[in-house]
Design a protein around this ligand. Structure first.
Ligand code: NAP
Length: 241
């Protein structure tokens, strides 16, 4: 299937490893030009080289995406380099495990900043360029916890469900301008982080497959797909909604 995004400009944050990296690779394989960021330079340069090996035009920035001014900087640099911005895949590292009654105000603020406000900032900065183009695709990487909260991950549960509620409000405001907004909700995937946590990789999703689903969500044929939260979880969520 032709995803129809060759030449489109994509910004994928937190993308030197794991699900962000896989998303950037899948978009580049479809011919998109790609901006990526991460805090650690070594892995970022390795992923930049992988993207270039696919023939992609790449802009790679060492950056903490959760810093308050970073969304504006990343979007500005992407537009300066490529002349516009068509696709946003907003991703950031997840918060640490925490039992519900043990979380501190500071932990809540940090989780909300990283896993809610950062995505809102990125969308806010990206949308004017998408409106100018009359076309846009936004995919927020969250977690299957928005459908089925995960015991012991109260910070992830509270921040990501808040983002989902915000996205449901934002998507109808964007759709008339040709911009779709969806969430991709991973279950357990065999990223470095999950393998380090001791998960059984044989029973996890392949990040490369997840990246291809993100690329489809950001594709031309996904024109009428908006305001959805798509689980990619190997049937982990048992709820009906
Ligand atoms: P990962 O393998 O640890 O990769 C995280 C990537 O994000 C790395 O490139 C990391 O690079 C970058 N990053 C982290 N914090 C950043 C920041 N503040 N600024 C810029 N870059 C940052 O993680 P993952 O498994 O792909 O998970 C991605 C997201 O999906 C997380 O929010 C995670 O909680 C969520 N999720 C994952 C799974 C799963 O099974 N993998 C399941 C549900 C939800 P640096 O560290 O160098 O910055």
């Amino acid at each position: 299937m032709d995803l129809g995004i060759a030449g489109r400009v994509a910004l994928v944050t937190a993308a030197s490893k794991g699900l962000g990296r896989a998303s950037a690779l899948a978009l580049a394989a479809e011919g998109a030009r790609v901006s990526i960021c991460a805090r650690g330079e070594h892995a970022l340069r390795a992923t930049e080289a992988e993207l270039q090996a696919l023939g992609a035009d790449v802009h790679a920035v060492v950056a903490d995406v959760t810093a308050p001014d970073m969304a504006a900087r990343l979007v500005a640099e992407t537009v300066e380099r490529f002349g516009g911005l068509d696709i946003l895949v907003a991703n950031a590292g997840g918060p640490p495990p925490a039992r519900a009654l043990e979380v501190t105000d500071e932990q809540i603020a940090a989780a909300v900043n990283a896993n809610l406000t950062t995505s809102v900032r990125l969308v806010r900065e990206a949308v004017p360029w998408m409106r100018r183009a009359g076309w846009g695709r936004i995919c927020l990487i969250t977690s299957f916890s928005i459908k089925q909260p995960i015991p012991g991950l109260s910070l992830s549960n509270l921040s990501r469900t808040g983002l989902w509620a915000w996205a449901k409000t934002a998507a109808p405001e964007l759709f008339p301008d040709g911009i779709t907004l969806n969430l991709a909700c991973p279950g357990h995937h065999a990223t470095d982080r999950m393998k380090q946590l001791g998960g059984d990789a044989a029973h996890m999703g392949d990040p490369a497959d997840f990246g291809k689903i993100v690329a489809f969500i950001c594709s031309q044929p996904a024109n009428f797909l908006s305001s959805t939260a798509i689980n990619v979880d190997g049937a982990a969520v048992l709820g009906l909604l």
